[in-house]
Write a protein that binds this ligand. Sequence first.
Ligand code: TXA
Ligand code: MG
Length: 352
Amino acid sequence: MQTKLLKIDRNEQDAADLSEACELLRKGELVAFPTETVYGLGGNACDATASARIYAAKGRPSDNPLIVHIADKKDLSVVGCDVSDGAKALADKFWPGPLTIIVKKSEIIPKETTGGLNTVAVRMPSDRIANRLIAESGLFIAAPSANASGRPSTTRAEHCMEDLNGKVSMVIDGGAVQIGLESTIVDMSTDKPLILRPGYITLEMLKEIIPDISYDPAVIAKVKNENVVAKAPGMKYRHYAPKGEMTIYEGPVDLVINKINEEVAKKQAEGKKVAVLATEESKDFYKADVVKSLGRRTNEAEIAAHLFDVLRSFDEVEADYIYGECFSVNGIGQAIMNRLMKAAGYHIIPLK
Ligand code: TXA
Ligand code: MG
């Protein structure tokens, strides 16, 4: 299959012609598109065949449900049913935006889209291209992150092409995404509201609307504990992982820098290629084959926006080992650490 690339200039996005993309989606084909969080791999959410194609293109296990994207808040009650007041209040406060709400699914969403579950994850993105694509196609669009299963999510169209060229009909290139981490997921389908995946919308922000919301214990686990089963099926899979073996060090920055430099020297002596995941403040203190800064430690949004891009760049240079620093778990830091720990396969070492 030939994958068509449609480039859209953000300054003229309102005038961009999305009719071919919409037509492809209506025919059951797949189109990757930008959202404010990460790129999505879109297909018609009401078409079981389109959903099957999404799983095949990503190489994703078919028990891992897709997020259904809508362009109008009212449609939460069309793709979902028995929607609670709490779920509606969250939609009112945070949509359009980087929040996914799980509710009971309605008849129009086939089980192929929800990985066999009776619930459906729903999101109304704020990105203008995403919003127009959903509205103008007249569809609800099922879209997981537009990466090959197991690899870091995609924050630029070039990444989508790396993973999906020849497997989807079109990639819409809208440039680098704004946030860079996937949406926060909250489960509002039961009496106990839970955060299944941390993201840009933080626990503190959600508590203002739903005071008794809490994290699914699997989200904040520091070790991969088999007794804590993640409620979002996707969170149990190896994820976001670069190809090199990754280790995170936790502790005072000076200790971390010394320890990482020691490990780098050891691995280099064995002839291995070593990369370091650093910050603007620390990058000049490392001696490794590749040192990449995520941004300023004081600016968590900047760190979040660069994380997947930098993890992917370590694959390009074929790093055998990757060493990284820890971040605080306040606010969006919880989401950054959640993705970092998964990327490192929970290989996190405390230093004192
Ligand atoms: O920001 C995002 O959420 C992006 C953009 C494209 O919208 N999408 C995204 O989708 O990250 P995906 O498929 O990579 O991650 C969806 C997560 C998976 O971990 C999946 O298991 C979980 O949501 N999920 C989906 N439906 C669910 C459901 N009914 N119950 C529990 N977890 C669900
Ligand atoms: Mg994903």
